[in-house]
Design a protein around this ligand. Sequence first.
Ligand code: FAD
Length: 437
Amino acid sequence: MPLSSNLLYANDRPGEHPTSYYAASAVPLSDFAPLDGDASCEVCVVGAGFTGLSAALHLAEAGLDVLVLDAHRVGWGASGRNGGQIGSGQRVVQGSLEKMVGKDDARRLWQIAQDAKDLLRSLVKRHRIECDLKRGNLHTMHRERFVAGARAYAEKLRTEYDYQHIRFVDREEVREMVGTDAYHGGTLDMDAGHLHPLSFARGLARAAVKAGARLHEMTEVKSCAAGDPCKVVTGTGTVHAGFVILACNGYLGDLSAEVAARVMPINNYVIATEPLGDKQARELIRDDVAVSDSRFVINYYRLSADKRLLFGGRESYSYTFPRDIKRFVREAMLEIYPQLHDVRVDYGWGGTLAITMNRMPHVARLAPNVLSFSGYSGQGVALATLAGKLLADAIRSTSQSFELMEKLPTPRFPGGATLRWPLLVLAMTYYSLRDRF
Ligand SMILES: Cc1cc2nc3c(=O)[nH]c(=O)nc-3n(C[C@H](O)[C@H](O)[C@H](O)COP(=O)(O)OP(=O)(O)OC[C@H]3O[C@@H](n4cnc5c(N)ncnc54)[C@H](O)[C@@H]3O)c2cc1C
């Protein structure tokens, strides 16, 4: 793969987190030495993001010998760069899921997503992970015509799914909550929330190592051959593993052609303003909830612990990040908050996530002992954390939740590995233009 299109190296310096608010403020974690030479283990996990770290933690707690390899650092990928928003449900709303898989399975998928939030909170509590975990997520409608749908969806979840944490919020109340005229209404979900994602990833890593997992950073996996044992080749040797978990998400590259045909990397960006002080912070987001809007290219934002506005939005469909990310995302922020025109932007960074055609995760047993979970389509904070547990369950015995997710339809992207990107650019450009008109 040419270096420029290898997302492990296209936009970042090896082994270094981007210059982000998260890297500057996360709880510290010592480096882990690269793997030197050959090794063997019961389970080799490739990728130290939420998926891989949670899998390693659950496997190590169950007494398995686990080796985690990451090309860069713990939480270096999307897990250490994201908006930190913890959503409810899957990326696909329940009505669409019911049409996709039927009412019974849609209900099970809702419950799986509920389990994901519960798991995240229980991990934070059990392992005393300091990650500024907070409750509340306001989903706002940028078009008047979406408001009836938002009201109906809150009602559907309350009545059909017995989910009482969500309520409709009218235009006036939204304006009071987020200090902007940009929205026509929305829904407030108090069982959703937000956290500091890199601190959470580091907390998972610390817990996994404490439970007995071995972790190596700066160790890129070059290839992985299924077999008994599997052979995982790194730059310095070969790991013989009873099982392999591919937890690479948007950075998978060509490690598995089967996954790559169904899971597409896409870049997204976040900025952090200077600290705003309590008064201005409250004027922007009164109740310290996370906010996300109804645009196809979603604006998502929240306050940091030190009262900066962390604003995410703007996608780009080339392998490389825009030269001036701060300026690129600031434009979107000022559309919502013009009053921030003289506020300094201290950090701007990008990251690579992975989407699927139908926006449901892609779960695959590539061989009896090679498993992959990826393509959370922008909703991975809780779901990837749960995915790690489901992978661990599936390796140890059977997991009904894993099996349900494994049988979800995950169509290939049209155009195959070479043409899918230009076709995606066309489709995405069309939809992002629709956000504007
Ligand atoms: C800017 C941005 C904002 C987002 N906002 C949100 C949000 O607010 N809420 C939400 O729920 N989700 C959000 N997401 C999505 C979420 O971050 C991801 O779904 C989630 O972090 C995926 O975790 P993961 O562990 O599967 O992958 P990652 O965290 O990307 O980890 C993959 C790891 O694999 C390693 N790796 C890859 N290939 C190899 C190899 N060959 N050898 C060794 N190591 C390898 C990488 O170095 C990387 O560390 C966002 C994503 C981005 C980029």
